[in-house]
Ligand binder design. Structure first.
Ligand SMILES: [Mn+2]
Length: 403
C-alpha cells in the first residue's frame, strides 16, 4: 500500500490585497494550511507528501516561510515521510526564488522530461513509483502529459503521475494543456494534478485529481479548501478522500428579496439571515454579499449607508463582510411605455436597441471609431450588457429631472 497526502497551489508568501489585519490573518491561515497537510501526513502514517506545483506564489520568499518549510520537512523526515514536489507556473525552474536547502527527504521534479522515483518503506521494500515533470518557465505550451511513458520498472506497485496543468478546462493554453484522455491512457493509479484552485476529480478507479488550493486567499477561491488523503493498493482497495485544511473560508453570495426592505433594520435582517444560512460557523469567514434587485431604500443606500450596513453585518454575523451595492429602484419601466412624453420615447428606443442587431452594429462602429482598443468593448455581448438595465437607468434619470 502507498499512502500519501496530495496538495497543490498553496501559494506561500502571496501578495494579499487587504488591510493589515486581514492580510496577516490570511497569510497565517495559508501557512497553517500547509502545516495542517504535514500534520495529516504524520497522523495518518503516510509514506509521502505530494505537492503538485505552485507551492510559492512568485520570487518572494520570507525567512518565516523558509523556516516553516524547513521545520515541516524535518518533521516529515523524522517519520520517514518523503516529499515529492513538482514545479508549476508560479514556481518554475526559471524563478528567481531565493535558494535554500529543502531537506534530504524532498524530491523536486524540475524538468519537463518525466522523471521516475521509487518510493520505499522503512524496510527498503518498493511500495510505489512517482513520475513527475516540472515547469522550466511560467508558460508551458507543450502538452507535457504526452511525454509520460509506461514505466518499464516493476508495476506491481501503484504509480502516481504528477503534473501541473490547466487540463482542457479552457482559458489560456500555456499551462501544459492536456485532456483527461491523455492522462487516462497511461496505466497510472492516480494523477496528482495542480493548477486550478478548485477541487475536481476525473475518473473513478484511477482518478486524476485537482485537490484545489490548500487555503483560499480571496473571493475567487470560495468553499472548503484542503488536500486529498490517498491510499493506493494494487491488490486491495484504493481510496481517496478530501480533507479540509484551511481555517478560513470565502463566500461570494447574492442577496435579493429586498423589495420589501423599507428600513435599515429590515435590510439588516434579510442580509444577516442570508449570511448565517451560508457561512460555516466553525471557520473564519469572509463574505462578499452583493445586494441585488429592487429595493425601496435604493435612493438612500449611498456609500455611507453601505459602509454602515457592512459594519453592522460584520459585528452581527461574526464574519468579515464586504457589501456590494447592485440594488435598483422600484420603478417599473414598462409602466411608462406607450405614453406621449420624452421618457416613453426614450424607453421605446432602448427597447428597439435591445432587439436590433443593426443598431447594435452601429453602436459597435461608433465604439470602434472613438474608443479604439477598448478591451472587449466592441463585442456584441458587452453592448448587450450595457443595454440590459438602460430602461431602468432612463427612468431614474428622467423621473428625477421631472421632480
Ligand atoms: Mn498554477
Amino acid at each position: 500500500m502507498f499512502k500519501f497526502v496530495h496538495i497543490a497551489d498553496t501559494h506561500l508568501d502571496s501578495v494579499i490585497l487587504s488591510d493589515k489585519n486581514n492580510r496577516d490573518l490570511i497569510l497565517d491561515s495559508v501557512e497553517k494550511s500547509f502545516r495542517a497537510a504535514v500534520n495529516l501526513c504524520i497522523e495518518e502514517n503516510c509514506d509521502a507528501l505530494v505537492i503538485s506545483g505552485d507551492l510559492f506564489d512568485d520570487d518572494h520568499l520570507t525567512f518565516r516561510t523558509e523556516l516553516m518549510l524547513r521545520d515541516s520537512f524535518e518533521r516529515l523526515s523524522q517519520k520517514a515521510i518523503c516529499v515529492f514536489y513538482c514545479l508549476g507556473n508560479h514556481d518554475p525552474k526559471s524563478s528567481k526564488l531565493r535558494k535554500f536547502k529543502l531537506g534530504e527527504n524532498v524530491h523536486v521534479f524540475d524538468d519537463e522530461s518525466p522523471e521516475s522515483v521509487e518510493v520505499k518503506d522503512e524496510e527498503g521494500n518498493l511500495i510505489g513509483i512517482v513520475i513527475g515533470v516540472g515547469y522550466a518557465s511560467p508558460r508551458v505550451e507543450e502538452n507535457l502529459a504526452k511525454k509520460f511513458k509506461i514505466p518499464k520498472a516493476n508495476t506491481d506497485v501503484p504509480i502516481v503521475g504528477m503534473l501541473h496543468t490547466s487540463l482542457d478546462i479552457g482559458g489560456e493554453k500555456v499551462y501544459s494543456p492536456c485532456t483527461y484522455q491523455d492522462l487516462s491512457m497511461l496505466p497510472f493509479d492516480y494523477w496528482a494534478l495542480g493548477h486550478i484552485h478548485k477541487t475536481a476529480v476525473y475518473g473513478d478507479d484511477r482518478p486524476a485529481v485537482f485537490p484545489g488550493c490548500t487555503c483560499g486567499r480571496d473571493f475567487g477561491e470560495t468553499g472548503a479548501k484542503g488536500a486529498y488523503l490517498v491510499s493506493l493498493d494494487k491488490k486491495g482497495v484504493s481510496t481517496y478522500e478530501f480533507k479540509e485544511l484551511a481555517d478560513i473560508k470565502w463566500y461570494d453570495i447574492e442577496a435579493d428579496g429586498l423589495d420589501e426592505a423599507d428600513d435599515a433594520a429590515a435590510m439588516q435582517k434579510i442580509c444577516a439571515d442570508k449570511i448565517n444560512a451560508e457561512a460555516d460557523e466553525n471557520s473564519i469567514c469572509f463574505v462578499r454579499l452583493t445586494l441585488k434587485g429592487q429595493c425601496p431604500l435604493y435612493e438612500h443606500f449611498d456609500e455611507e449607508a453601505r459602509a454602515d450596513m457592512q459594519d453592522s453585518l460584520t459585528k452581527l454575523t461574526g464574519t468579515s463582510v464586504t457589501l456590494v451595492n447592485s440594488l435598483s429602484s422600484l420603478i417599473n419601466p414598462d409602466e411608462y411605455l406607450g405614453d406621449r412624453h420624452l421618457l416613453s420615447i426614450a424607453l421605446q428606443m432602448a427597447k428597439d436597441a435591445k432587439s436590433s442587431d443593426e443598431l447594435k452594429n452601429e453602436i459597435i462602429e461608433i465604439i470602434n471609431e472613438q474608443y479604439k482598443g477598448l478591451d472587449g468593448g466592441d463585442s456584441p455581448e458587452y453592448i448587450q450588457s450595457l443595454l440590459q438595465n438602460i430602461d431602468r437607468k432612463l427612468c431614474e434619470v428622467m423621473i428625477k429631472q421631472e421632480d
